[in-house]
Ligand binder design. Sequence first.
Ligand code: G
Ligand code: G
Ligand code: MN
Ligand code: NA
Length: 250
Amino acid sequence: RSLETELFKSISRNELRMVYQPLIDLRSREIIGVEALLRWRHGELGEISPVEFIPISEENGFIVELGAWTLHRSMEEVGQWDSNINLSVNVSALQFSRGDIVATVEDALKATKFPAKRFDLEITESLFIDETIDVRSSMQELAELGCCFSLDDFGTGYSSLAYLQNYPFSKIKLDRMFISKVTTNKKDVALIEAVLHMAKAFGMETVMEGIETEEQTETLLGLGCRVGQGYLFGRPMSAADLAQLLRRSA
Ligand code: G
Ligand code: G
Ligand code: MN
Ligand code: NA
């Protein structure tokens, strides 16, 4: 009995759920959005990390179904909150190449009545490695529906500045490896300043990932950062917990 065959049954067995991590306006500490993250709890094996099962699902193609489930469920849950915050969902390259990402997003928006303007797709640079994928026209069509795009894990992997210039991104999410030592490492500070400068020139927002301390927040505010995410402001949590957090901070 492999993890792979168990994964195929995860949807029908109701073993999947979404958790949500807040994105914060660093100055006001207001919640301006959430990132949806997929979780799988197997009946006997217990909680299995997406670090483990996402790569498996990308290898066998099941990510297309998982991804559709994720889009639908997160729009349904976030759409029920008494709030107008944005929803960001991570999408894999295979959802563009093997699935019809445009139709899948459109169906989910229609079925849940979630406003496209509040919907943001987080994609990583890995999407651009396979040049046979027509990323540009899919992004264009999704942008025409009103959706936004974030370039996730920026600064790691195969980053190329050309992607920022040539594709319709509205946000850059700077990987947490650049934030973890920001209070002591001058090189990280210089790099963050350069990214902020570039993002501004391109008319993009920069999101600082993995903020864990008040000191990091102070340093980032001093550099002019506006939006952040991290355990300091909230761990990924259930829809019910996040809805409660929103009511408390309203
Ligand atoms: O939530 P956590 O930090 O455990 O996530 C680990 C990794 O799995 C991250 O890189 C995250 O982007 C990815 N991940 C989590 N949920 C999803 C999802 O719904 N779809 C995709 N494609 N990746 C996800
Ligand atoms: O690759 P992506 O940025 O989508 O990954 C999101 C992952 O980062 C989630 O699994 C989430 O649990 C994790 N994460 C979010 N905030 C923090 C943080 O402050 N510190 C650490 N170590 N991980 C975080
Ligand atoms: Mn992400
Ligand atoms: Na990231």
